[in-house]
Design a binder for this molecule. Sequence first.
Ligand SMILES: C[S@@+](CC[C@H](N)C(=O)[O-])C[C@H]1O[C@@H](n2cnc3c(N)ncnc32)[C@H](O)[C@@H]1O
Length: 215
Amino acid sequence: METTAVKQHAITYLVRQARRPRGVVGWMAGWVFDLRPSNRQRNKWAVSLLDVRPTDRVLELGFGPGVAIAEFAERATHGQVFGIDHSRAMVRHAARRNAVAIRAGRVHLTQASVAQLPSFGAPLDAVLAVNSVGFWPDPVERLRELRRVLRPEGRIALVSQPRTPGATRDTTVRAARELEDLLTRAGFTGLRVETLDFEPPVACVLAINPGGTTA
Ligand SMILES: C[S@@+](CC[C@H](N)C(=O)[O-])C[C@H]1O[C@@H](n2cnc3c(N)ncnc32)[C@H](O)[C@@H]1O
């Protein structure tokens, strides 16, 4: 095989693993997501932007190794933290990281696709997804569904740090515009973009659920 073809093959494989980490490589990917300092900082920064209050009920979609889930649990001390991820390897990894809060009944992790949201019992105050929306089927429809489980005036944060080879500041700007477009089409309002100056930069698009119809 030519070098370019080998490289392309490797990139396709890594993207597939990021989409749904599986098996031994998926298990290793979990540790890479977990131990990379930029990943940890990106997740902690994203949670800080959501202004979580102690009684908040929050949800993370595509939590990977569960760094943001742990951060949520530290802030929502009298609330509830929900997480869904369709990768069994990631659910196991995040469950280990958050074992104490799970035992205390404050963190609930479910292996599920964003296309099949479980019930959260009562409306949520905030929703987060970090480097995950790009993998979702029909993201506008998923975001409309999220509006139905978020309370009116509830907050959402969608974060992107492009990890494609050669990604630059421009790649991040484009990714943020795409997230803004998805949120607007789904009916979210009050959009605001925050940037973390990494290489490449991280964009977080924040928005509000205006309530009312999601049709
Ligand atoms: C690149 S990882 C990011 C993990 C974590 N948010 C972080 O920043 O470290 C993407 C995560 O989204 C999850 N994911 C992708 N598509 C999904 C879907 N349709 N439903 C549920 N989880 C999904 C993957 O399993 C993976 O854990």
